[in-house]
Ligand binder design. Sequence first.
Ligand code: C2E
Ligand code: MG
Ligand code: MG
Length: 561
Amino acid sequence: MAKTKTDNAIGSAERDLVALGLAIAAIILFVATGSSVVPAAINSLLGNGSSPDNLLVSALLLNIVLIIFCWRRYRDLQSEIEERRRAEERARELAEIDPLTGCLNRRSMAGATSALQEFAKTRGLAIAYIMIDLDNFKQINDMHGHSIGDAVLVQMASRIRNQLPKEARLARLGGDEFAFVTPYDPVSRERVDDLVVRLFESMAVPFEHNGISIDATISIGVTSDYEDNCIDPDVATSDALMQRADMAMYQSKKEGKNRYFWFEPSMEDELRFRHELESGIRRGLVNSEFVPYYEQQVDIESGELVGFEMLARWHSPTMGKVSPEIFIPVAEDIGVITELSDQLMSQAFIDAREWHEELTLSINISPVQLRDPWFAQKILKALTEHNFPPHRLEIEITESCLHENIGMVRSIITSLRNQGVRVSLDDFGTGYSSLEQLRTLPFDRLKIDRSFVGELRNPSTKSRIVDAIVSLGRGLELPITAEGIEDEEILDALKKMGKLKGQGYYYGQPENAEEVARRLKSAGRLARDQAPELPIARESVEEEEEHHELPQPSGKRIVNE
Ligand code: C2E
Ligand code: MG
Ligand code: MG
C-alpha cells in the first residue's frame, strides 16, 4: 500500500516537470506580452492611444491562468513530496522495526551488527552478541492469553533497553527471542557479565498487566567476535555470532533455564548431535524404527503379574540404542511426539490383544499430547480401531502436565474415565503437584517415582517418603504402584506397607513383544489360553473364573522361567 502511494507520488512529480516547463514558458510570454499590452492598455485608458490588440490581451489572460495553474500544481507537488517522504519512512520502519516492541527485527539485525562492528573497530573495541529467550513463554500465552503475552514482550523489551549502553542495538528475532549487540573493551570481559547479571535482576520483578502479575525468567547465551586476543574474522559475521549465541542460549535452557552461558566450541558438537537426532527421529518415524517394549507390573503381595507398561525403544541405524529420556523430549520439541506415540500405541494394542484379557496395558503420555483438546477422542478412536477394551488401558501422565492448562487436563481425564480408561499419575513426588490437584483431579492411581523407592535400600533414610506417599494415597483412596524395585530388600520393605502394585528390574528388564509372548505362553496367560467367553453377565464370568481357578501363575515364577 505504501509502495503504491510512493509510486503515485513519483508519477506526479514526473508530470510536474511538464507543469514547470509550462510555467516558465507562461512567465516568459507574460513578460513579453505584458510589456506591450499593459502600457497600451494604460495609454488607451488615459485616452492617449488605441486599445491593445485583442489577441495580445487574450494571450496575457491565458498566461495569468497558466501561472495560477502552475503555482497550485507546485503547492500540490510539495504536499505529494511530503506524503512520499512519510510513506518511505513507514516502509523503512516496516522493513526494519518490530511493530510490537519497537526493537529492530531479525532482518535488520545483520546490518546493525556490521555497522556496530565498524564503529567498534575504529575505537579498538570488540562486540558482544547476546541472545535472550523468555522461559516458558508458551505457558504464559496458554494460561493468560495472547494479549497478556504481548504485554509481557513489550515490558521485557523495555527492561532490556533500560540496561543497555547507548551504542547497543536491540532486536526482537521472533516470538520471545531477543538479541542485542554491544561494544565492549576486550580486556574487561567481565563488563559483559555485569550487564547480563543486571538483565537477570531486571526480570526478577513480576510483569504486571491489567491487575495480573506474571513471574517469568530468561535464559541467555553470550558470544563475542574477540577470540584468542584478536577479532576473529571467521566468527565476526552477524550470522556466525547469532548462531553461537543461540547455541550458548540453548545450553542455558538445557541446564535448567534462568541462567546464562558464554559460547564454547564443544557446544557446536552438541548441536550437531541434536540435529542428527532430529533428522534421525524423522527418518525413524518413516521407517517404523520405534518399537514398544514392555515392563511387567506385579501385585507385590501375591507376586502375580497384572499387566505391562509400554516403554518406547529406538535402535537408530546410525546412532545405535538411544534412550527414550533423550529422544522423547526431542520428539516433543520438533512436534512429532503425537505421531510417534500413535505408532507405538497401535503396535501395543495389537501386541496386547494376544495377552490374557486380565492383563492391563499402561501407556506413557507426553504433556504435549495433553494440549490437544481432542486427545481423549483420539484415544477412544484408536481403541475402537484395534478392538481393544478401554478397561484394559491405563494412561500414565506425569506431574509436569499439571503445570499446564489444568482445566483441559481435567476434562481429558474425565472423558477418558467415562469411557472406562484408567489414568494414573506417574513419577509422583518429582514434579510438585499440589494436594489440591490430587484431591480434585480424578486419578485412578499414583506411581511413586523410583528415586524414592530406591531409598528403601538405605537403612538411615529407610521409608519415610515412601511411607508418606503410601499414607497420602490411602487418605485419597488412590491405589499405589511403586516403580524401580531392584532387589528383594526393597520388595520386603514395600510388602510391609500394604496392598501395592510394583514394577522394576527385580521382576525383569523391559522386553519386546516376542519375548513377552514367549513368557506368557509358558505361563499359560496368552489370550488363546483363556476360557471361551460365555454369553452371560460380566459378574457371573468373574465368579466363574474364581470358581474354576484358571491358571494364575505368580509374577515371580514367570520371571524366573
Ligand atoms: P517412566 O514412565 O517412569 O518409566 C520407567 C522407567 O524406569 C523406564 O525407563 C524403565 O526402564 C526404568 N526402570 C524400570 N525399572 C527400573 C529399575 O528397577 N531401576 C531403574 N534404575 N530403572 C528402572 P525408560 O524406558 O528409559 O523410560 C524413561 C522414561 O521415558 C519413562 O519413564 C517415560 O517417562 C518416558 N517414556 C518411555 N516411553 C515413552 C513413550 O512411549 N511415550 C512417552 N511420552 N514417554 C515415554
Ligand atoms: Mg511411566
Ligand atoms: Mg515413572
